[in-house]
Design a protein around this ligand. Structure first.
Ligand code: GLU
Length: 501
């Protein structure tokens, strides 16, 4: 093995880019960066029935978006980097056949003529006897010349790798020493099906060997596969890579996070308005800790501190509240122009699908930024918070117009009394009160006091009347952005609604 460190991720394009794959990719990249290594992306598409070009594109696009693009390997549908490819398993069949032939020639693999009916019968017999599934090895003893003759005569045969008895030791960089008895590995392992197609445990080892992988860093769900891989590496006479198995990602109830039960697709998080910086920050903390209180870290800061020694063994709970908090922190850190640019597509999409009544201009979004920046956990939250500005006609929900402690009649009386204060011009020139929010606020507070209302209730009624919502940016800013005419029209509409209620 040369001194160069080489790590890889090996996603299977059988589903959308998964949060767990992103975490594995990040840890590999961080480890490579910390040690001057090369980070490789290999596509494991041997499962042809479930692999699709769309999933592959989603994974590659997600990696690119997060800044986890390959140094070497598959970059896009038409681009591979590096000289140890091809890096897609579907393009490597000839290589697998060649290595399988080597193992066969060395007597380390044999032809298995068992039909699927025979294997099923074996499996159910063991199941009835409450034994774990395990191939009996009944073709293991067929003499090589007889097997060769049967294959030449056209009999269908898979190729099985002989699992050597004994205890396999894994020196895992995260989990320490792990021992697994080969007895528990299910018996001799099919490496090529009867149709010649290779299986995962075999391809992964051939590829890791061919690509000079020095460190295999992957999810803990692969720990139990590792003995099979170690035995195959040994059979091929290749130096073992080091292994590091990362803790599982768990739901808050400590069940395994799976795509059936949880939101796991990176594209869904992106569509909700999580920033790539926040996702990277959060993923880094899924199983690794800084050893300090710092939680909001850029990828550069993480890179400077990352080590596998600080990766925990215990499962890492996916805490969405923490992710949203980190996202909110990152939103606050963006420059004005950057935040505007990232919000732009959210407003465009909202206009396209009718959640806001018309497109928002850059100037309009820019005016909103100081008001919403501290209030949005997600980019998409900006739409809910400000949609009232982009609606031509508001449909008031009478229930929202009446603050909890009030009757409809009180709400109506309050709006009627507040309206002239809002409509009137005051102070210098003709500047309406709305342009002098402190003065308007003072007047409204006095009104509330005179009437025996809580100012908060009055403001809530006004907020609901002007915006149709109970949560908005600050009331006076919201009204100022709406403009005098729209505010008065909406107050009048709200009064009419309450009169009819
Ligand atoms: N293709 C495997 C997966 O997606 C990767 C296995 C590995 O990293 O060795 O889970």
């Amino acid at each position: 093995m040369s001194g160069e460190m080489r790590v890889r991720i090996a996603p299977s394009p059988t589903g959308p880019f998964h949060i767990g794959t992103a975490r594995t990719a990040l840890f590999n990249l961080l480890y490579a960066r910390a040690n001057g290594g090369t980070y490789i992306v290999r596509v494991e598409d041997t499962d042809t029935a479930r692999s699709t070009a769309e999933h592959e594109a989603d994974i590659l696009e997600g990696l690119r978006w997060l800044g986890l693009e390959a140094d070497e390997g598959v970059v896009s549908a038409n681009e591979e980097r590096g000289g140890r490819g091809p890096y897609r398993q579907s393009a490597r069949s000839a290589r697998y056949a060649e290595v399988a032939a080597q193992l066969y020639a060395a007597g380390l693999a044999y032809y298995c003529f068992c039909t699927s009916a025979e294997l099923d019968a074996e499996r159910s017999a063991r199941e009835k006897a409450k034994l774990p599934p395990r191939y009996s090895g009944r073709c293991a003893g067929i003499a090589a010349d007889e097997a060769a003759r049967r294959v030449a005569a056209g009999e269908s045969a898979a190729l099985r790798f002989r699992i050597k008895p004994g205890v396999v030791v894994i020196d895992d960089l995260v989990r320490g020493r792990v021992e697994i008895d080969a007895e528990a590995l299910g018996g001799d392992l099919v490496i090529l099906r009867a149709d010649g197609s290779p299986l995962y445990h075999f391809t992964v080892v051939v590829d890791d060997a061919d690509m000079g992988i020095t460190h295999v860093i992957r999810g803990e769900d692969h720990l139990s596969n590792t003995p099979k891989h170690i035995l195959l590496f040994e059979a091929l006479g290749v130096a073992l890579p080091k292994f590091a198995h990362l803790p599982l990602i768990l739901n808050p109830d400590r069940t395994k996070m799976s795509k059936r039960k949880s939101q796991t697709a990176i594209s869904d998080y992106r569509a909700e308005g999580f920033l790539k910086e926040a996702i990277i920050n959060f993923l880094a903390l899924l199983g690794w800790s800084t050893g300090s209180e710092d939680e909001v870290l850029s990828v550069e800061e993480i890179q400077g501190r990352f080590s596998l020694e600080h990766v925990q063994k215990a499962g890492a709970v996916f805490d969405r509240t923490r992710l949203e908090w980190i996202n909110g922190q990152w939103i606050r850190k963006l420059t004005h122009d950057d935040l505007l640019a990232r919000l732009r597509p959210f407003y465009d999409r909202a206009a396209a699908d009718g959640r806001i009544g018309r497109p928002a201009t850059d100037d309009e979004i820019a005016a909103l930024l100081p008001l919403i920046r501290e209030r949005i956990p997600l980019l998409s939250s900006a739409i809910e918070l400000t949609d009232f500005l982009f609606l031509d006609a508001l449909q008031h929900d009478p229930a929202l117009l009446v603050p909890k402690r009030w009757e409809a009649a009180t709400a109506r009386a309050a709006l009627e009394a507040a309206r002239p204060l809002i409509a009137d011009g005051i102070g210098e020139g003709d500047a309406p009160l709305l342009d002098a929010p402190d003065a308007l606020e003072a007047k409204l507070r006095t009104l509330a006091e005179e009437q025996g209302w809580k100012a908060g209730d009055l403001f809530m009624a006004l907020r609901a009347a002007a915006t149709g919502r109970t949560a908005t940016p600050p009331l006076f800013d919201s009204m100022r952005l709406l403009g005098r005419a729209a505010v008065l029209t909406r107050i009048d509409q709200a009064i009419a609604v309450l009169r009819a209620a």
